[in-house]
Write a protein that binds this ligand. Structure first.
Ligand code: HPA
Length: 275
């Protein structure tokens, strides 16, 4: 089955079950995992009920679409995403993003937990993503182009929209939440990086590193979605701190910062809804 056929099948399996046409798609990374518990849920669709849909296998990541009006904005959330390191081909990793676009979402709000590479960052910071480096993972656009979705050679000169970056800045100011800004670099994982790899990432201009997001943004930008993103800096990347990294620590740090992350995301969505 081609990626296009798989996508269409998944869409056929969900289209009758949507409570509304979503305007905004929100991917809940570590740190926002419980966001869905703070909104009025209208409907959930477990990934396992969609035949052919890739399933997240990471501890602490649930697997379902959650539909809710966030500050009045019809939103489809992904509680649990799929990572390249889980062994899925890149086309499967971005299938959920393509599916949310097919559902009707025009805006993609990406969130994640990431390691801080910029020496001015601290564990617990929030970083607005201004641009990204996806060159260390295969492009999800490799293979026959899905002409219905977007062009063969899409422009990537403004992946994270300027207008939304302004909204994120204004939202953080109004909530008195300190905000960092920077470039997100995606590595494949699943191992955390070595100190030498982090030095390389810094030399290349990265401010934060993670194992998701950039490939999703490439697929979404290909389809013309309007993208914004915020990283939660759960830890300083290898070499910047003397502490070894563990998934548990990343998760715990993320849980601690959840309230401010939630508040910022909600305020940003409220302002997008007002536009
Ligand atoms: N490296 C890569 N991915 C991550 C990190 C990190 O230090 N922290 C959270 N996700």
């Amino acid at each position: 089955m081609t990626s296009e056929e798989k996508l269409n099948r998944c869409y056929e399996a969900v289209k009758e079950r949507l409570p509304f046409v979503p305007k905004l798609a929100l991917i809940l990374g570590s740190g926002l995992g419980d966001y869905a518990e703070h909104v009025t849920v209208e409907k959930t669709i477990p990934y396992e009920s969609i035949e052919g849909f890739p399933r997240s296998t990471v501890a602490g990541h649930k697997g379902q679409f959650v539909f809710a009006k966030v500050e009045g904005v019809p939103t489809v959330m992904m509680q649990g995403r799929v990572h390249y390191y889980e062994g899925y081909p890149m086309q499967d990793v971005v299938l959920p993003v393509r599916l949310m676009k097919k559902m009707g979402a025009e805006i993609l709000f990406l969130t994640n937990a990431a390691g801080g590479v910029n020496e001015n960052f601290h564990a617990g910071d929030l970083m607005m993503i201004t641009d990204q480096i996806s060159s260390f993972v295969p492009s999800p656009l490799i293979g026959a182009n899905m002409d219905d979705l977007g062009p063969r050679f899409p422009d990537m000169s403004e992946i994270y929209r300027r207008e939304y970056r302004e909204i994120i800045r204004e939202s953080s100011k109004s909530l008195n939440i300190e905000l960092q800004e920077g470039i997100y670099l995606q590595f494949t994982g699943p191992a955390y990086e070595s100190p030498a790899e982090i030095r390389m990432a810094r030399t290349l201009g990265a401010d934060a590193v993670g194992m998701s997001t950039a490939c999703e943004a490439v697929a979404a930008n290909h389809m013309g979605m309007k993208i914004l993103g915020i990283s939660f800096i759960s830890n300083l990347a290898a070499g910047l701190s003397t502490q070894p990294l563990s998934h548990k620590e990343v998760q715990e740090a993320a849980d601690l910062a959840a309230p401010k992350f939630r508040a910022l995301v909600t305020e940003v969505i409220r302002r997008i809804g007002e536009q």
